[in-house]
Write a protein that binds this ligand. Sequence first.
Ligand code: FAD
Length: 297
Amino acid sequence: MSKALKKIGARQDVPLSELVSFRVGGPAAFVLQPKNEADLSFALTLCKQERVPVIFLGNGTNILPSDEGFDGLIIEMSGDSDAPVFEGGKVTVGAGYSLTALAKESVQRGYMGLERLCGIPGTVGGAVAMNAGAYGGEIKNVLRRVRLWRDGVFLWEDARLDEMGYRKSPYTWPGTIVTGAELCLQPDDGTAAETMADCMRRRREKQPLSLPSAGSTFKRPEGHFAGALIEGCGLKGASEGGAQVSELHAGFIVNRGGATASDILSLMKRVQTTVLSETGVLLEPEVKRLEELSCIF
Ligand SMILES: Cc1cc2nc3c(=O)[nH]c(=O)nc-3n(C[C@H](O)[C@H](O)[C@H](O)COP(=O)(O)OP(=O)(O)OC[C@H]3O[C@@H](n4cnc5c(N)ncnc54)[C@H](O)[C@@H]3O)c2cc1C
């Protein structure tokens, strides 16, 4: 197994803290950044034959691993990916491409539709999987077709937009891998650059961007804002070990230095318990636990 994986460039014993934006987590037995669909297919077939657990990640910006690490293969599709091809407002792009880079490039070329998503630090594939959104925009608003791996086959599919909702899509691991996307952007009406700059300014002012985090820790509960509920319960600045409810934005848990994954998890549980008992609202994590993504197929 290790020999075959090494042949296609897999690394062994990689700290998960290098792969996720929280900068915590024990070692992963193997990590592979597939160069193309053939490498991806080869690795998946190998893991199926040898019953090795697999996890698929983009840029790891919505992930909480465990301190114990992961005894299997992590496939990471971020960085080296098919650059966007613009044919008018139709854009075809690889799943590993940076969403923020794509948003900036679209605006520079005179198109709108992605400007509100600029600053989300994940990949295009991760954005499709999570239906990422911000400031009133969502990737589903511009998504037309998705390039997928499912049941051992690569195919293009018209986006099933009616199955996409708040941080949810049918295009997510386990089971499905997005390898590319086709988006439909509109000609800029002259507001895109200003909107993008405004969204970026709001992020810089309101979010603790200088500390490792995974963005909003919890989903927005119906009729509430998670950050306001957490702050209302007096939890702004609360900490467990190196994990802290951000003093800038209570919706974020940050690693203020030396946090372990269990510090973050304990703090998340404390926040959930306190908010539930004081307000009756159950906060559902937006951040995904790495081990829950493990799949033997
Ligand atoms: C500072 C900060 C700010 C953030 N702001 C926002 C925001 O405004 N709005 C927002 O929506 N999110 C935000 N996030 C969270 C995160 O960036 C998004 O959820 C992003 O879309 C995740 O992309 P990723 O490539 O990092 O995916 P990962 O975190 O690696 O993975 C997330 C999930 O998607 C799956 N997945 C990833 N790639 C694929 C693929 N190609 N095919 C199938 N499944 C895949 C993974 O298995 C996992 O289940 C923020 C995070 C940080 C750290």
